[in-house]
Design a protein around this ligand. Structure first.
Ligand SMILES: Cc1cc2nc3c(=O)[nH]c(=O)nc-3n(C[C@H](O)[C@H](O)[C@H](O)COP(=O)(O)O)c2cc1C
Length: 310
């Protein structure tokens, strides 16, 4: 006979693109370094991992050093970053990081980005072939070197990229949308049309700050991306619009700090929620948000809240 505890566990579990997750809270790419966390917390991290799946930092075909410092600037309700995707590149990731990430007790989602379709294809084929990988997240906030256009800002570029990548793997493909567009729902619909299994949103909002002491840009790159509670209402509106325009599941993120915030994202249409910037303040935030969400027991809406036709 199934115990009350087991029944509770099974009702809390989520099926996401055929991947069974213990609860709906994952991390946002680039905001939780599981390898560094394991060095600090040891095997205790594996016994009580804060997320139900782990999303890697975005990897690119070749190694990148990232931008020069200063790369982080705190804002009143969030932070600006211009980290610039530092990573070991595909080969370094597969040889050094993947074996360590495969030891995590949760499914692994690998985030990838490239500036051309052939390079994107190389990433998807190589990562998709690894059995340690449950799904691939496509970070499309990148230029296509041929057209010069930011892929995720154009529905046509997004659909063409999906047409090229979809045949290369049977693993779920999650398209990470940029919020820096007037109509994110059109990009999401194009991703779905091209065969995406899910979307995730939002990435950071393009933003700037100036150091009042010097009058110079606060970040060495001149501008960066805003994240944290400041972006939450923007994320909720974009999620609502995307959910109304697509049938595929969405991972909602943008300033989630607690269970009540997560409830809002689920009400707006998210199947999973991701915790990002809050993990810098509290490395156990994922587990806390999951526990708070569970006690809030949100009524999963049968359909997303309808959009007003303004
Ligand atoms: C320091 C930092 C690094 C990030 N790196 C990545 C990345 O490598 N790939 C990616 O898709 N998003 C990256 N993001 C964006 C987050 O995954 C997330 O979409 C965004 O921060 C909004 O969520 P939040 O407000 O909860 O942080 C990064 C965000 C921050 C703050």
């Amino acid at each position: 006979m199934i115990s009350a505890n087991e029944r509770e566990q099974s009702t809390w579990a989520v099926d996401f693109c055929g991947i069974s997750l213990a609860h709906p809270v994952v991390n946002a790419s680039g905001t939780y370094d599981a390898i560094a966390a394991r060095r600090v917390f040891g095997d205790a991290l594996l016994e009580d991992f804060p997320f139900s799946a782990f999303v890697s930092k975005t990897i690119t075909p070749e190694p990148r050093a990232g931008n020069a410092p200063r790369r982080i600037w705190e804002t009143p309700a969030g932070m600006l970053n211009s980290i610039g995707l530092p990573n070991k590149g595909l080969e370094g990731f597969l040889a050094e990081d993947l074996p360590q990430l495969a030891e995590l007790p949760v499914p692994l989602i690998v985030s990838v980005m490239a500036t051309g379709r052939p390079e994107f294809a190389r990433l998807v084929e190589a990562v998709g072939a690894r059995e340690e990988v449950a799904a691939i997240e496509l970070n499309i906030s990148c230029p296509n070197v041929l057209s010069g256009l930011i892929v995720g800002e154009q529905p046509s570029e997004t659909e063409a990229l999906m047409d090229a990548l979809r045949p290369l793997t049977g693993k779920p493909l999650i398209v990470k949308l940029t919020p820096n567009v007037s109509d994110p729902a059109a990009v999401a619909a194009a991703a779905e049309q091209g065969g995406a299994d899910a979307v995730s949103l939002i990435n950071t909002l393009k933003a700037s700050a100036f150091d009042p002491g010097t009058g110079e840009p606060a970040l060495a790159a001149g501008h960066g991306g805003l994240s944290g509670p400041a972006v939450r209402p923007v994320a909720l509106q974009q999620l609502r619009a995307v959910s109304a325009a697509t049938e595929i599941p969405a991972i909602g993120m943008g300033g989630i700090c607690n269970g009540a915030d997560a409830v809002e994202f689920i009400a707006a249409g998210a199947t999973l929620v991701a915790v990002g910037t809050e993990s810098f303040r509290d490395p156990r935030a994922g587990a806390r948000v999951a526990a708070e969400l569970r006690s809030a027991r949100p009524k999963r809406l049968a359909a997303p809240v309808p959009l007003d036709l303004e």
